[in-house]
Design a protein around this ligand. Structure first.
Ligand code: PEP
Ligand code: MG
Length: 576
């Protein structure tokens, strides 16, 4: 019987397809047979997961012994390490893959169940309890394996796509969908500004997150409709409903075609203010899309997507080629490339494996870059070398301290010196900019204004850190409010300070691509918006209808308000 679920719309569009369940919990791992030719790969997945978990345990032990944790932690980690090294567990799982052609998760769970049964028969209560450690260690392995899903089902022949249904997905998993003809995805958890959602939008894959229990409510292969604009998921729809959504999908495509007529129109307001609409991209694969809509440049190239979801880091040459490709594709237009923002939900595979109690507040973005100067310098050299191919701007994420900027600038100087010594060319005038996405930075702008030549407000993190809301946690997503007066004061204050000191300011967080906030941001004085390319024409439509002379005083009044409901009403009224 058909039923409807409501979640958070994170990537617009309509998808009609069949469910493919991706499990997360140990006892509900997918069971499938691996084709003969993929056995080697499946064994490699298991070995990779083993290496990752061993690394995690080493990191856990180090943090336990260096911190104040009890020494029992060390003992339990040793025990789990022993289990990982025990041929009874992993070697037998390997044999199940080879002989029974089980997928790695299934092979591990089978052997775990076998071992647990044996433990149950042990008389000694202490030893009997050790079965919990076997379960835990297998759980760790399975979690890692599920972060790197094996083979997705082949393309369907009935013209309908595959809809991935998962408890959670990492940005790296989502990127992996690019090559698998995935029509849409839905998850139990997640928030609209999580990196997974951002990647879904950039791939134009309709997605709904925060559905809480969808994993348990649908079955493999069941028919599903996703309305990524409204956050609706219809399970097992009948023919009539499917037809209706097919029609809606056609209508949406028509609307998009209409918007397409604006692609060569300059984004100028009714009263003649020029606005720049730039694109957020993840790599050269997005070039086609940004050229098709004639974006004014790239306002944010998230280079970390070159680094995550792979076993080896990209070397200088590979990076140089990627940056060069984007610069060459945008002649005469600015291309702002952000240095890698890894960490938190964009973790590297095997990053020296340190246990982080709170990754969003941990070694992320510029903090990570400065802790790995060799890796950072490689990127800086690649960037500078690419600068001869276009109008490059380099942007540093998540700055909060003057010394972080100073260290970055010193490393950029060092990269320049190394290139000079090698006789390699680069543009001496590349602009260096700072992302304003930590409240401390927005409140102490002077230290940035003195040191860099442009600012870009990352509203996703600025809101996360101002309101203490994990942007990927659906349980607190209702508190994630771009219109909170504290958030507006930080954004408005940054835009005004930029204007006062003649420093260009852009917004490159999701707010810039949300038509609900265009007039507000224009009224604050913003003239550079950077967003996922799919939104540029819709925002342009808003800009073309705006009169900033009329908006500015109204927005000044909004910035003085401190009641969220009043702000919301006033922002809605800006549209007339
Ligand atoms: C932001 O925080 O708003 C931003 C643009 O960076 P990211 O979403 O990649 O963290
Ligand atoms: Mg950010």
């Amino acid at each position: 019987m058909a039923f409807t679920l409501h979640g958070l719309p994170v990537s617009s569009g309509i998808a009609i397809g069949h469910v493919h369940l991706v499990s997360h919990a140990l006892l509900e791992v997918n069971h499938y047979h691996v084709a003969e030719r993929y056995i080697r790969e499946e064994l490699d997945r298991l070995d990779d997961a083993l290496a990752t978990v061993q690394g995690e345990l080493v990191g856990l032990k180090a943090s336990a012994t260096s911190g104040q944790s009890h020494s029992e932690v060390g003992a339990f980690v040793d025990l789990q390490m022993m289990m990982l090294a025990d041929p009874m567990l992993v070697d037998t799982a390997r044999r199940h893959i080879e002989e029974r052609r089980c997928n790695a998760e299934w092979a591990l769970v089978q052997q775990m169940e076998h071992l647990v049964e044996q433990f149950d028969q042990i008389e000694d209560p202490y030893l009997r309890e050790r079965k919990a450690d076997v379960v835990q260690v297998v759980e760790r392995l399975v979690k890692v394996l599920l972060g790197h899903p094996g083979h997705l089902p082949p393309k369907r022949r009935d013209g309908l796509g595959t809809i991935v249904v998962a408890h959670d997905l990492s940005p790296a998993d989502t990127i992996g969908f690019r090559d698998h003809n995935i029509a849409g995805f839905v998850t139990d958890v997640g928030g609209p500004t999580s990196h997974t959602a951002i990647v879904a939008r950039s791939l134009s894959i309709p997605a709904v997150v925060g559905l809480l229990h969808i994993r348990h409510l649908v079955e493999e292969d069941e028919l599903l409709i996703i309305d990524g604009t409204r956050g609706v998921v219809i399970v097992a729809p009948d023919e009539k409903v499917v037809d209706e959504y097919r029609l809606r999908r056609t209508e949406l495509e028509l609307e998009r075609t209409k918007l397409n007529r604006l692609k060569d129109t300059p984004a100028t307001t009714l009263d003649g203010e020029e606005v720049k609409l730039l694109a957020n991209i993840e790599g050269p694969k997005d070039i086609g899309q940004i050229r098709a809509i004639n974006a004014d440049g790239v306002g944010l190239y998230r280079t970390e997507f070159l680094f995550i979801g792979r076993d080896t880091l990209p070397d200088e040459e590979e990076q140089y080629e990627a940056y060069k490709a984007v610069l060459k594709a945008m002649p005469g237009k600015p291309v702002t490339i952000r240095t890698f923002d890894v960490g938190a939900d964009k973790a590297l595979k095997n990053p020296g494996i340190r246990f982080e109690p709170n990754p969003a507040l941990g070694l992320r973005a510029v903090r990570y870059s400065l802790s790995e100067p060799k890796m950072f310098l490689t990127q800086l050299r690649a960037l500078l070398r690419a600068s001869v191919h276009g109008q490059l701007k380099i942007m540093i994420p998540m700055l909060a301290h003057a010394k972080e900027i100073d260290q970055c600038l010193a490393l950029i100087d060092r990269a320049r010196a190394e290139l000079r010594a090698n006789g390699q060319k680069f543009d001496e005038q590349v602009d260096i900019g700072a992302m304003i996405e930590v409240p401390a930075a927005a409140m102490a702008l002077g230290m940035f204004i003195r040191r860099v030549s442009f600012l870009s407000i990352g509203t996703n993190d600025l809101i996360q850190y101002t309101l203490a809301i994990d942007r990927s946690d659906e349980a607190v997503v209702h508190l994630y409010d771009p219109l909170h007066p504290a958030v507006l004061k930080l954004i408005g204050g940054t835009i005004q300070a930029g204007a006062r000191y003649g420093l260009p300011v852009s917004v490159c967080g999701e707010m810039a691509g949300d038509p609900n906030y265009t007039l507000l941001l224009l009224g604050m004085g913003l003239r550079h918006f950077s967003m996922h390319p799919a939104n540029i024409l819709e925002i342009k439509q808003q800009v073309l209808r705006a009169d900033v002379g009329d908006l500015a005083p109204k927005v000044q009044r909004i910035l003085k308000m401190d009641e969220q409901s009043k702000i919301r009403e006033a922002v809605a009224r800006l549209g007339g």
